[in-house]
Structure formats: C-alpha cells, structure tokens
Design a protein around this ligand. Sequence first.
Ligand code: APR
Length: 234
Amino acid sequence: MPPYQRIVILTGAGISAESGVATFRDKDGIWSKYSIEDVATPEAFRRDPKRVHDFYNMRRRDHATVKPNAAHYALARLEAEHNGEVTLVTQNIDALHEQAGSKNLIHMHGELLKAWCLLCDGRFAWEADLSLETICPGCGRPHGLRPDVVWFGEMPYEMDRIGALLEAADLFLSIGTSGNVYPAAGFVALARRAGAHTVELNLEPSEGASYFADTIHGPATQVVPAYVERVLKT
Ligand code: APR
C-alpha cells in the first residue's frame, strides 16, 4: 500500500449504526417509519412545520443518548497521526465524528445540533427542541427557525470544496453508505477519474460497490480500525 498524501473519506449512517443511531434504508430504518415527503423536504416544512420539528426534536433527544464508536475514533486517529491530508465528508447530521475528535470535517447534509433562522440567516448551535414559537437568538423573532439540515431537493453544503478535494485525492474511502443518494453516491466516480484508489468499507455491498477498486465488508467498528491501522503503517 503506497503512502497516501490526500485522503478523502465519505461516511454515511452505517458508521453510526453501532452507536445506536438508526440508519435510513436498512430493515426498520428511518424511512420505513417516516415518509421523506412528510419530514425531510422544504415543502413538508411549509405544509406542516410542527410535524417536521417533532421529527428532528425526537432525533435531537435521541442523539443525547449515543456516543462515538471505534470507527469514529479510528478516523479521528487517522487524521491526527497520518503524515498527509485527511478530510472527512459526512452525510450524517449527528455530531459523533466531532465527539470522537475529527476536526477536518464537512457536514454536507448539515447538522442535527444546529438551527438556522430564515428571517435573519443566523445559524446557532442547538441541542433543545425547536418549534415555530422558538425565539431566534439572533434577531429575537419567532417563526423563523428550522433545523440546519439539508432536505431532499436542497443543495448539499460545500459542494465546490468537496469537488476540489475529490479531484486531488489519491485515496477515497466510502464508509457506511448505501450509495442511494446523490451527489454523495457519485463521489467515487470523481475520485476514480482523479486517479485515486477507491475503497468501500460497508456492512454489505452498496448500490455502487462495483465502482470501487476494493471493497471490505463487515461492521464498521471492525473493518474501519483495521483499515486505518494498515494506512498508518505505510
Ligand atoms: N457497519 C457498516 N455499515 C453498516 C452498518 C455497520 N454496522 N450498519 C449498516 N451499514 C450500512 C448499510 O449496509 C447501508 O449500506 O450502512 C448503509 C446505510 O445506508 P442508508 O441507511 O441509506 O444511509 P446513508 O447511505 O447514509 O443515506 C444517505 O440519505 O436519507 C438520506 O440524508 C440522508 O444522509 C442520508 C442519505
């Protein structure tokens, strides 16, 4: 394995599964209990903001009970110890990568523990429940705050920066994602075009498994620390 200089890592819900955070498309996943059209689109928020707030309030309360797992800690160790650039792009809105120590981190789908005021455009760390009546700490008004998460039909955050990182990558790891949702599902093709070595680490083959030069299947808490160990030995 050559010494990699510019590593880009994409994570999805599967890396947080063993921390007790529900994934979306596994059996009993979030989308088997809730409809995306009811809780994860701008139209849903306009139509029934209380239902959307309740969905994220429940996930925010659940988040207080979970902790990072060995896979999150392994990626933070890779960033801290690897002699090269390591950038973590996560689709997850949980804060488990930060809690494990990752710093060079992009939340392309936003963050569960952040609120965004549509009246003053302020963004705020937020752990409590949100409702239409919640007063914005920035502009002092109600009826403006929403979860700072990217809904279906909205543009993920920092796409230009992510595109530039993928074009320069020499190693691309995709961890715990089903490869169902674009643009993240297309990252492997961009990385391959840049000449990067591409590896999928997932419980089972994802939709995009055939695009990867290498696939390693198993629970993230086992396969991710082992792979990080190999990279750090190069
Ligand atoms: N270890 C590794 N992989 C796992 C584990 C585990 N313990 N448990 C589940 N997985 C894998 C599943 O096999 C699946 O491929 O994680 C993947 C989870 O896929 P999804 O539930 O579709 O989650 P994700 O890919 O992150 O979804 C992408 O879709 O709904 C939107 O915005 C949401 O960010 C999310 C996006």
